[in-house]
Design a protein around this ligand. Sequence first.
Ligand code: PMP
Length: 395
Amino acid sequence: MSSIHELSFLKEKIQELKNDGVYRKLPVLEGANESEVTLNGKRVINLSSNNYLGFASHPRLKKAAIEAVEKYGVGAGAVRTIIGNMDIHEDMEKLLAEFKREEAVMVFQSGFNCNAGTIQAVTEKGDLIISDELNHASIIDGARLSRADKTVFKHADMNHLEEVLKEKRDNYRNVLIITDGVFSMDGDIAPLPDIVKLAEKYGAMTYVDDAHGSGVLGESGRGTVDHFGLHGRVDFTIGTLSKAIGVIGGYVAGSETMRDWLSHRGRPLLFSTSLPPAAVGSIMEAVRILMSTTEYTDKLWDNAKYFKEKISKLGFDIGKSETPITPVIIGEEAKTMEFSKKLFDKGVFVSGIVFPTVPKGTGRVRCMVTAGHTKEQLDRAVEVFKKVGEDMRIL
Ligand code: PMP
């Protein structure tokens, strides 16, 4: 028998990935995450980042980060419940609550942490979590950490959700319906008004993970709840600070009671150090920009429409995307990865997404259009898609 340190059981699994054609090394980015970047030593158009508004290297955010470092240092030094809760953390949450038009906000160190910490804190044994089958991995993991029972409903299928509620509601104390606001692999928007109506009819709570709706949908990026005019009717709205906001972190917006409870039982807040001051400073500047102008969200949508129209016209299948997330569905796993590699060789970076992130046979390259792209960059990218699509006989 080999020594455990050789990790031969993992080497075998890695070989399986290679056999399936889905093995890869982590790509290395040289410099900031912008619309055109140097990746693995090659200059490419970047169609793979969540930096929707181009804020990750925005001069005002960088300046705000530097100012926060000068005043507060580089680290918070403790978890929030001990001495890591600085006045800027509180100010950031008040500003986010104002932006989201909610009573209160609690910020976590990431969107992933926020889901992991919040779901388990607001549910317990005797409760039921009902989750859309395509919800993000951090929701699935958050639900796993909860002692509540769990079940899924078919993606965005309101008949199925109602069936589940009818059958199970009365067997539980609290029921929590969880959905992504915007689904990250397909770019479709959850039927939130219908979900809220069903929740109200059956006395369930609602939880929306708006990681890809925040900074994208609604007035100046206020999110999916704002997009549908559902303020005050969703119990928990999650947003990330790592995508459109361009920095790092995640938050849950809702009531003061929710925030109060999470400050006692949101485990990532109790056991993991709070966001560094630089991040907090730049997050606040990002929110101030969004509250003062729609320039960035307007540009994002203009670019997204422009690109999607051109890609569709070529004959590619972009599924049911309603947002800047533009999946170009290829199908088979190895073919998807080959398509992505050929795009890269010709100067466009779009990562291939395959099983287990998406169902088998629905491999896709997922294009993320941002406000930072120029029309010229998008035109060049479309040309490359056309050439590779023809070469591989996809078009
Ligand atoms: N929820 C969804 C729907 C996401 O797409 C992501 C990011 N991939 C997260 C949560 C996690 O956010 P973060 O990267 O801030 O941890």
